[in-house]
Design a protein around this ligand. Structure first.
Ligand code: UD1
Length: 343
């Protein structure tokens, strides 16, 4: 059993990862500033795993607080770093907020790690670093393309900061490049909680069907894909969470082959926007109100993962299909709705 610091552990992917870490017997301490998540997530984690994780609330971009935290917690064995802003549009509006939070937090964490001789970190990166890849499926050696947004740039810069830091220290890191995480835990006790209007497809679908939003806008049907809508590799958040546990254990058990390893996390299957909608309607029996509108600036046409390296090296494979992803997302929305009505 190891003690893992999960930054952003009350957030969407973070909370699912905390549960999977606990399922494997790890002890978890969460740091989160609750800027995009809620404190009740801790109780919800407890009601799934039977263990309430330790928790501290502060801003990781605050250097003094972060270094003080590390001095007080020299029992930490490894870090999984999720805490970051992630809304593409917002990052275009307010780039400095994104650079300030996402970059300073990482620098402070790495500094705290070196000072306190913690040498293991898993970093939450994104397939956004590949832009529109020249070849599909996209593997980990595909070239990094110029970022389309400050958000995407913070992921690229963060990968570089970690890489440079490894060269001059004893640190080891695994960078996990996620494709499109959707869905929720089967208990419907944790899931995605978008603040305000969702930017991402599936939360927008579930909010529209439940009646919070009037209509989903499908951003363009004139792409060069079979049905004209863009194709993505959607991956169930629980599958994604499990990969984090494998990645951190790999380093803690000294099974990593290099100090820096990079894995794509997807299913290897691409679905168009209309295929996601069809699957959602089929598994839920609900009808979605949507209309086709203009393209959204910055969207790539199609991207899906080559999963071979992650499958072979991590011994990990995404198990859940698109129908299961949609159904779990819908059950989560229904659970949120039921909770709202009893308040
Ligand atoms: C987006 C980000 C990506 C980030 C990821 C996870 C952009 C350009 N990319 O990925 O950097 O890592 O979220 O946060 O924003 N769609 C609609 N209507 C909607 C919403 C989405 O048609 O209301 C379509 C989009 O055009 C896209 C697909 O659904 O084709 C998926 O969109 P989304 O869920 O936002 O993910 P990405 O854009 O792939």
């Amino acid at each position: 059993m190891s003690k893992i610091l999960v930054t952003g552990g009350t957030g969407y992917i973070g909370s699912h990862t905390v549960v999977e870490l606990q399922n494997k017997g790890h002890e978890v301490i969460i740091v989160d500033n609750l800027s995009n998540s809620q404190i009740d997530v801790l109780d919800n984690i407890f009601s799934i795993s039977g263990v309430k994780p330790e928790f501290e609330q502060f801003d990781l971009f605050d250097r003094e607080k972060t270094l003080d935290f590390f001095r007080r917690h020299n029992e930490i064995d490894a870090i999984i770093h999720f805490a970051a802003y992630k809304a593409v549009g917002e990052s275009v509006e307010n780039p400095l907020m994104y650079y300030h939070n996402n970059i300073f937090s990482l620098v402070n964490i790495l500094t705290g790690m070196i000072e306190n001789k913690i040498d293991t970190i898993v970093f939450s990166s994104s397939c956004t670093v590949y832009g529109q890849p020249d070849e599909l499926p996209v593997d980990e050696n595909a070239p990094i393309k110029k970022a389309m947004s400050p958000y995407g740039n913070t992921k690229q810069i963060s990968e570089e900061i970690i890489t440079d830091t490894l060269h001059s220290s004893k640190l080891k890191a695994i960078l996990l490049r996620y494709f499109n995480p959707i869905g929720a835990h089967e208990s419907a006790k944790i899931g995605e909680l978008p603040l305000g209007i969702p930017n991402n497809l599936v939360p927008f679908i579930t909010q529209t069907v439940i009646g919070i939003r009037e209509q989903l806008k499908v951003f363009g049907d004139d792409y060069k894909t079979p049905d004209g809508t863009p194709i993505r590799d959607y991956i169930h958040v629980v599958d994604l969470a499990k990969a984090h546990v494998i990645a951190v254990d790999r380093m803690l058990e000294h099974k990593n082959k290099k100090n820096l390893e990079i894995f794509n996390l997807g299913t290897g299957n691409g679905y168009s926007v209309l295929e996601v909608i069809n699957s959602f309607e089929k598994v839920t029996g609900e009808k979605l109100n949507y209309k086709i509108v203009d393209r959204r600036p910055g969207d790539v046409t199609e991207v899906w993962a080559d999963t071979k390296f992650a499958n072979d090296e991590l011994g990990w494979k995404a198990e859940k299909g698109i129908d299961e992803m949609n159904l779990s997302a819908w059950k989560w929305e229904l659970a949120l709705d039921a909770k709202k009505k009893t308040k």
